[in-house]
Design a protein around this ligand. Structure first.
Ligand code: MCA
Ligand code: AMP
Length: 505
């Protein structure tokens, strides 16, 4: 048995080709990728990492950080990437749940992380591409070859945390074959080849930037221009030297605001892909009017990787997420009883295929509850398949807000707000937001006789919730609308405050 994912990567790349370029001009070839990921894998083993151990990583985006992911795959470890926005409170939960052997962070975070990691018997190392005393130092003293640990298709490659409707995050267990099968399919569907140069402006701690963008690049042996974060001006400057871009809808919303975005500027680009959140049909149309390119929208989840995609060659229909990918089965069911619905009817989207995860880490009941008996995963997204076979996402059966491509589960934010002195109860909703798609908004009821300010709600949350989860606005109301069952009617709240984030003209 070989290393299922890394063998495929190794067989797809040519050592002399460029893998990653960064704006300062530094380049990493695939030969360097092989050497550096081997050195890092050796360093992980020196730190005591054994096959199956979790390695938690919370570091700024850099080529070295991506090499660390590959090193984990090669060492047979389970890679656990963490959003750099997570607070210590959030990290404490992840470390307690995943019990990683090693936690790797930026040097500035080491002291704070050490205090919580020590209680979990995890060792903390830093990843500083240039600084001394970090895992990179140790790696540089190691051999540039590494005997990749044998891993089969069903072995775990990564755990990615995704919040849940109960407010407790769940670790989605992704196997070597979940990642390999999906990236291979996407490479072929989207026709990635050695000659591609992808603008990579996404974070690398979630599925989109890590598995979709990076694994597709690796399996095509193509190259990426790695930007620390999305910056519209910088991305526009790179378009003449790139061939494709993957982004969340906010990228496209920001790009179409620039008069520099033209057919001439994008003449050398062959593909723009959008996902992670709904792309408004008007953004799709405006982008096409300005560039002549029709954005290719696809649909995925942390648990399933990518499920559907608009066609590369056929018609890319605005407002749809295209067809199920080859090998992926998708059906629409009655949410109440799981009965399959006919095309044209709206219901729950369920998927099965080699892309679908193995289950939630140490949560067998939660896993069982989200799968049907025949193995289909219940996505929580509501959809419809039209007469031509295109999948439309028409809503969410789960209480979820997506802001700038990041998921926020209201329950998690409500739990934090409800604990604050002076608060009686709260309801967190997403309202239409011109930049982020949805803006997190807290509707708060104070305790009888208490009055509170927006700052009294927001300040305490800063320590506890990642910035993107914190409400952009707080509205105080005397009580929350409820139905006869006592359930808060969030749809009424969303209707009442629908225009909160509309620009004032
Ligand atoms: C930053 N802020 C945000 C967000 N990002 N607030 C809400 N939602 C966000 N997404 C905060 C900042 O901390 C800042 O707060 C203020 O909002 C404005 O920041 P700004 O500079 O405008 O933001 P930015 O740094 O430019 O980031 C916006 C972004 C970024 C480029 C859209 O959020 C991003 O890269 N999103 C991509 C997320 C992603 O990769 N999702 C894929 C998940 P303050 O001013 O107070 O400091 S994977 C997935 O969903 C599935 C599998 C799939 O299908 O892909
Ligand atoms: P996450 O689990 O954080 O990766 O987020 C997955 C969720 O993002 C899905 O369940 C959908 O609700 C949403 N999503 C992803 N891609 C799209 C898309 N193209 N259109 C609408 N929603 C999407």
């Amino acid at each position: 048995m070989n290393n299922h994912l890394f063998d495929a990567i190794r067989n797809s790349v040519l050592p002399e080709d460029v893998f990653i370029e960064i704006p300062s001009g530094q380049q990493f070839t695939y030969g360097q990728m092989l050497a550096l990921s081997a050195q890092l894998a050796n360093a992980l083993v020196t730190c005591g990492v054994e096959p199956g151990d979790r390695v938690a990583v919370q570091v700024e985006k850099s080529p070295e950080a991506l090499m660390l992911y590959l090193a984990c795959v090669r060492a047979g470890a389970v890679y656990l990437p963490l959003n750099t926005a997570y607070t210590l409170t959030e990290l404490d939960y992840f470390l307690g749940d995943a019990e990683p052997r090693l936690v790797i962070c930026d040097p500035a975070a080491k002291e704070k992380l050490q205090s919580i990691a020590a209680q979990r018997s995890a060792v903390v190392e830093t990843l500083d591409p240039s600084g001394e005393g970090s895992l990179m130092d140790l790696a540089r003293s190691q051999s540039e070859t590494f005997a990749d640990v044998a891993r089969g298709p069903d072995d775990l490659a990564a755990i990615l945390y995704t919040s849940g409707t109960t407010g407790r995050s769940k670790g989605a267990m992704l196997t070597h074959d979940n990642l390999l099968s999906n990236a291979t399919t996407l490479r072929d569907c989207w026709r990635f080849t050695r000659t591609d140069r992808l603008i990579h402006a996404l974070p690398i701690f979630h599925t989109h930037g890590l598995f979709v963008a990076s694994n597709v690049t690796l399996l095509a042996g193509s190259s990426m221009i790695f930007l620390p974060k999305f910056d519209a001006e910088q991305v526009l400057k790179l378009m003449p030297v790139a061939t494709c871009m993957m982004g969340v809808p906010t990228f496209y919303v920001r790009l179409i605001q620039s008069s520099s975005l033209t057919k001439e500027l994008t003449a050398g680009m062959r593909l723009f892909i959008s996902g992670s959140a709904p792309l408004l049909a008007e953004t799709h149309k405006q982008f096409e009017a300005m560039t002549g390119h029709r954005i290719l929208e696809r649909y995925g989840m942390t648990e399933t990787n990518m499920n559907t995609s608009n066609p590369y060659a056929g018609e890319r229909v605005a407002g749809t997420v295209g067809f199920p990918l080859p090998g992926v089965s998708l059906r629409i069911t009655n949410p109440a009883d799981g009965r399959k619905l006919a095309d044209g009817e709206t219901g729950m989207i369920e998927v099965s295929g080699p892309n679908v995860f193995k289950g939630y880490w140490r949560m067998p009941e939660k896993t069982a509850a989200e799968f049907r008996q025949d193995g289909f995963f219940i996505t929580g997204d509501l959809g419809m398949i039209d007469a031509r076979g295109y999948v439309h996402i028409v809503g969410r059966g789960k209480d979820l807000v997506i802001s700038g491509g990041y998921n926020i589960y209201p329950k998690e934010v409500e739990t934090e707000i409800d604990q604050l002195p002076g608060v009686f109860e709260s309801a967190v909703i997403g309202l239409p937001h011109p930049d982020f798609g949805e803006g997190v908004t807290a509707i708060v009821v104070c305790q009888p006789g208490a009055t509170m300010t927006e700052a009294e709600i927001l300040l305490p949350l800063q320590e506890r919730l990642a910035r993107y989860k914190q409400p952009k606005r707080v509205i105080f109301v005397p009580d929350l609308p409820r139905n006869t069952m006592g359930k808060v009617q969030k749809n009424l709240l969303r209707d009442t405050y629908a225009r909160l984030f509309e620009p004032v003209l």
